[in-house]
Design a protein around this ligand. Structure first.
Ligand code: TYD
Length: 132
């Protein structure tokens, strides 16, 4: 499966507000082992700049706008804009990502594994070596 946007079901109405729920296996291609969120990221900061060897993630902008530039192992490059809390970005292993945030953005990540620094590819040089 390639990186892609997944539109989740929104339950509710503009009068009452909405709820979105996700569960495996109906809405997610993996079992969630970890959840983390990031917030208060200044809009001029670039985060990410890494890839993961084995980790699968679904990332949601629960607030604000988050822009992802994603590069695959085959050199494919795609831009994704998360601007709706009912939409998740599926990121499979071996994709280099850079991330930009609007000032009010809250990024929620559903991850397939516990935190492991060994799973990170932290330099673009190392990533491009693995591309070959
Ligand atoms: P990192 O994944 O590098 O964040 P970003 O790509 O947004 O810059 O993580 C930043 C720091 O937080 C790094 O020191 C590792 C730590 N961290 C954890 O301890 N546990 C986690 O689950 C995550 C995602 C990060």
């Amino acid at each position: 499966m390639s990186p892609c946007l997944i539109e989740f079901k929104s339950i509710g109405s503009s009068e009452l507000g909405y709820i979105t729920a996700v569960q495996h296996p109906d809405d997610l291609p993996f079992i969630i082992k970890r959840v983390y969120w990031t917030y208060f990221t200044p809009h001029n900061v670039e985060r990410g700049n890494h890839a993961h060897q084995h980790l699968h993630q679904v990332i949601i902008a629960v607030s604000g706008i988050i822009k992802f530039s994603v590069e695959g192992c085959n050199g494919s490059k795609t831009e994704f804009v998360l601007d709706n809390p009912n939409t998740g970005l599926y990121l499979p292993p071996m994709h280099w990502r850079t991330i930009h945030f609007s000032h009010n953005a809250v990024l929620l990540c559903l991850a397939s594994a516990e935190y492991s620094e060994e799973d990170y590819i932290r330099t673009y040089q190392e990533f491009t070596k693995l591309q070959k």
